[in-house]
Design a protein around this ligand. Structure first.
Ligand SMILES: Cc1cc2nc3c(=O)[nH]c(=O)nc-3n(C[C@H](O)[C@H](O)[C@H](O)COP(=O)(O)O)c2cc1C
Length: 359
């Protein structure tokens, strides 16, 4: 595990300026370990509700870390400064390398409590949370924030965004990633990449040490480099584009090493089979076979896109309940090696899972 006190935060960005985003319902330790094996240098957990961590039990257990799963940011979401600060201390105790605050999740308020992206429309409360976490964590760990580019497209929402952004710089946050859609947009329609460029131009001159990340519409390795070029951000978050596609990281690493053709070489059937088996094993170790069976269906559907017989495989993965079912699909479709297929550049728009759902 990197030593948070001696290594500069986000040092990995220099070697590989991309990472695996938090993805509620997907980015568990199994998906993260697979990503790391494919060259992903850094991962963020899905948003964890402070209340679940503080209650102990299942929520706390789900936040425990594997030794191989570093460097990693534990992402927190909550409504009250004192609770979220207490949650941050729990994550420090569990060995997270970075504490990340979610001010981005668009899921509606629960019991009239604003959290996630809804805090962007009440900047005083958002800033109070950032401040409380800073006070609680001190210099023990670098801090980061996940934001949307605003709550909506009103001038008032833009002002709120900038107040929060200036506050996080003032509080000494090490990094920030901005999803270039508004909260109101949820996951629909394109992100506004020009906004990321404006942000870098506006804040980098006075805050050169702040690591700025961009998020939105990254489906393949090429999109990572396009975003870096177009916006000047320091790092790119890979989100929907890496579900069932850890090779996006291999291809990005290869492109960095000068192999620009790597993205045109889809994973072979054998490579797909190896990853499908490994991912299921990790998932069983984490969740037990029953839950892993359910979790892996949605991954299988995404992985199937790389196979020439993807429609037939998809139907089979949908029916998977246990490891035997999973192995049967692999035996029927993945036994012989052969070329994979290049996948579509984007997926149908989706609503996104309920970040902060019970573990
Ligand atoms: C199913 C799903 C779950 C998500 N969960 C989280 C989360 O827990 N934390 C977070 O910071 N972002 C979360 N996001 C947002 C992504 O990290 C990312 O910012 C967003 O999908 C935009 O990137 P993309 O267009 O490249 O997918 C989620 C997105 C989706 C689709």
């Amino acid at each position: 595990m990197p030593n948070a006190k001696t290594e500069p935060p986000f040092a990995w960005v220099r070697a590989a300026p991309f990472y695996q985003a938090g993805l509620a319902g997907y980015s568990d330790a199994a998906m993260r370990l697979i990503a790391r094996r494919h060259g992903c240098p850094y991962c963020v957990t899905e948003a964890m509700l402070d209340q679940f961590l503080l209650a102990g039990g299942k929520g706390l257990k789900a936040a425990e870390l594997d030794d191989q799963d570093h460097p990693i940011a534990g992402q927190l979401m909550g409504s009250h400064p004192a609770d979220i600060a207490a949650g941050a201390k729990v994550l420090v105790g569990l060995g997270y390398d970075v504490i990340d605050i979610n001010l981005a999740c668009p899921v509606k308020k629960i019991k009239k409590k604003a959290r996630g992206g809804h805090l962007l429309s009440i900047p005083d409360e958002a800033i109070a949370i950032l401040d409380a976490v800073r006070q609680a964590v001190g210099d023990d760990r670098p801090l980061s924030v996940k934001l949307r580019r605003a709550y909506d497209d009103s001038p008032e929402a833009l002002n709120h965004f900038h107040r929060i952004f200036e506050a996080l710089i003032g509080l000494g946050y090490a990094a920030v990633t901005v999803h270039s859609r508004t909260v109101e947009q949820k996951y629909l329609g394109p992100g506004r990449r020009a906004f990321l460029r404006e942000l870098v131009d506006r804040y980098k001159p006075d805050a050169p040490g702040l690591v700025i990340g961009g998020s939105g519409d990254v489906w393949q390795a090429k999109d990572i480099f396009d975003m870096l070029d177009a916006t000047g951000v320091d790092m790119v978050s890979v989100a929907r584009g890496c579900i069932g596609n850890p090779w996006v990281f291999t291809q990005a690493r290869a492109a960095l090493a000068g192999d620009r053709d790597a993205a045109n070489r889809p994973p072979t059937i054998r490579q797909q089979r190896d990853v499908l088996l490994q991912h299921f094993d990790y998932s069983v170790a984490l969740h037990g076979e029953h839950l892993a069976g359910r979790m892996m269906r949605k991954f299988g559907i995404r992985f199937a896109r790389h196979h020439p017989e993807h429609n037939a495989i998809k139907q089979r993965f949908i029916a998977v309940n246990n490891l035997n079912d999973w192995r049967a699909v692999l035996d029927d479709f993945y036994a012989d090696d052969g070329p994979g297929v290049a996948i579509a550049q984007s997926l149908p728009e989706e609503a996104g899972a309920a970040c902060g759902a019970a573990p």
